[in-house]
Design a protein around this ligand. Structure first.
Ligand code: NAD
Length: 285
């Protein structure tokens, strides 16, 4: 028995990274999943891995027609929609406002907000009727950047703060029919895409945050109380909990912060317990 037996989910941007880990875990918990992405190859891989439990659709989270098509597809193929995970998102390579050229700043804003904010709202708009019908769940992939500065630049941070507002407002608007929650991962080992306005690499491909030094393992571990730089799979169970109509029954408008403890970083030290193991057991653990 899985926690999502018989449930039908949509995961946007599920071809790679955190979304892909959520797809894999949802299938393991018994769900059927419609996965969207812009990259068809990734979707074909997921279909090959999961057989009839997964169907992939190339669909752009920034377009209402694409979101509507994805919801229709879920109902046609699997008969209903219980869970919508608005996960598709883009980074900004930690770009500070002073480093964005004047002629790029409006595009940079537009390209980040189009996916990270508009994409969530359009997904919600397209899914609400079917989610009310099923008394389902709407879930947003937020970030530590929904709460704290410096996990991105001004575009990413403000877009993820805005997406937190969507979770709170829709949690209110859709109660008691649809539970609306979020998972906020901290630094995670993915190749998050960066919009073109932030520049292209030497191959003409969008530059990826992955290459940014502050996203290196040792750097993320140094500033994280639990000394973790997460893998996408580390967050998957949180997405299952908020999706489950039995286990997440009392939750709406809430955020699970799966970020290695950024909320308990101290003012004097990142973590207070660095020497605890040594004090009790004489070694570093
Ligand atoms: N990687 C991190 O450190 C981190 C931390 C916190 C939150 N997040 C959030 O997790 C989510 C997933 O990011 P990730 O790190 O797994 O990156 P990722 O690039 O591996 O995954 C995102 C996927 O979304 C797809 N995508 C991009 N734009 C799209 C669009 N318009 N329509 C449909 N699909 C689109 C991409 O092709 C990609 O497969 C994002 O919302 C991101 O903000 C990431």
């Amino acid at each position: 028995m899985g926690w999502l037996d018989g449930e039908v989910a949509i995961v946007t941007g599920g071809g790679s990274g955190i979304g892909r880990a959520v797809v894999n875990r949802y299938v393991a918990e018994g769900a059927k999943v419609v996965v969207t992405d812009l990259d068809e190859t990734l979707l074909k891989e997921l279909e090959a891995e999961h057989g009839e439990a997964v169907t992939g659709l190339v669909a752009d989270a920034r377009l209402i027609e694409d979101n509507q098509r994805v919801v229709r597809h879920a109902v046609e193929v699997f008969g209903k929609l219980d869970i919508f995970v608005a996960n598709a998102g883009m980074g900004d390579r930690f770009t500070e406002i002073v480093d964005i050229p004047d002629d790029k700043v409006a595009d940079a804003y537009q390209q980040v907000f189009d996916v990270n904010v508009k994409g969530v709202i359009l997904g919600a708009k397209a899914a609400v009727k079917e989610l009310v019908r099923s008394s389902g769940a709407f879930i947003v992939t937020l970030s530590n950047s929904s709460f704290y500065p410096d996990g991105g630049g001004v575009m990413y941070i403000s877009s993820k703060h805005a997406a937190l507002g969507i979770v709170r407002q829709l949690g209110h608007e859709w109660a008691p029919w649809v539970r609306v929650n979020a998972v906020a991962p901290g630094g995670t080992k993915t190749n998050i895409r960066i919009p073109e306005a932030f520049g292209l690499d030497e191959n003409g491909k969008p530059i990826r945050a992955h290459s940014h030094p502050s996203n290196a393992d040792s750097e993320v571990e140094r500033v994280t109380p639990l000394r973790t730089h997460s893998d996408p799979e580390d967050h998957a169970a949180a997405f299952v909990l908020v999706a489950s109509r039995t286990q997440g029954k009392a939750m709406t408008g809430t955020v699970i912060e799966s970020d290695g403890g950024l909320g308990v970083r101290g003012l004097r030290r990142v973590r207070g317990g660095d020497d605890l193991h040594r004090r009790f057991f004489g070694d570093e653990g």
